[in-house]
Design a protein around this ligand. Structure first.
Ligand SMILES: [Zn+2]
Ligand SMILES: [Zn+2]
Length: 128
């Protein structure tokens, strides 16, 4: 008699537990198996600058800097005797090696994200 009462109480509990376990398994599976993780990286279609294009960028030294002497790529100061590269248009300057490394991958200013105009490289001489 007591056994049947216990069984009557125990079976629904067992059923609930089983449902709960299955539910947790499904939840775990859903959270750990993302079929298509959304990639935040935006597709970059623009290639960087070629070495010949990099050579056409204005070369200056640290003492020629008019605004700020901090290189935004390595966050270090550009010394007065250090060679630097000027980004045409926005006139931001960076160490030659920093600018070349960045610009060979991204055709834009590492500081203000201004896009480098391809026409800048068609004429090597600046009229001014
Ligand atoms: Zn630098
Ligand atoms: Zn800039």
């Amino acid at each position: 008699m007591l056994d049947s009462v216990l069984l009557a109480l125990f079976l629904p509990c067992l059923g609930m537990t089983a449902v709960f376990v299955v539910y947790m398994c499904l939840l775990w599976y859903a959270t750990t198996h993302h079929p298509d993780p959304h990639l935040p990286a935006k597709p970059v279609s623009d290639a960087g600058l070629s070495p010949s294009q990099l050579q056409k960028l204005p070369s200056i030294t640290g003492k020629d800097l008019l605004m700020g002497s901090e290189c935004a790529v390595c966050l270090d100061d550009i010394a007065t005797d250090q060679p630097a590269r000027l980004v045409p248009g926005c006139n931001h300057a960076f160490h030659v090696e920093c600018a070349d490394t960045w610009l060979s991958k991204h055709p834009l200013c590492p500081l203000c994200r201004a896009k480098l105009d391809p026409t800048l490289f068609s004429s090597s001489e600046n009229p001014c």
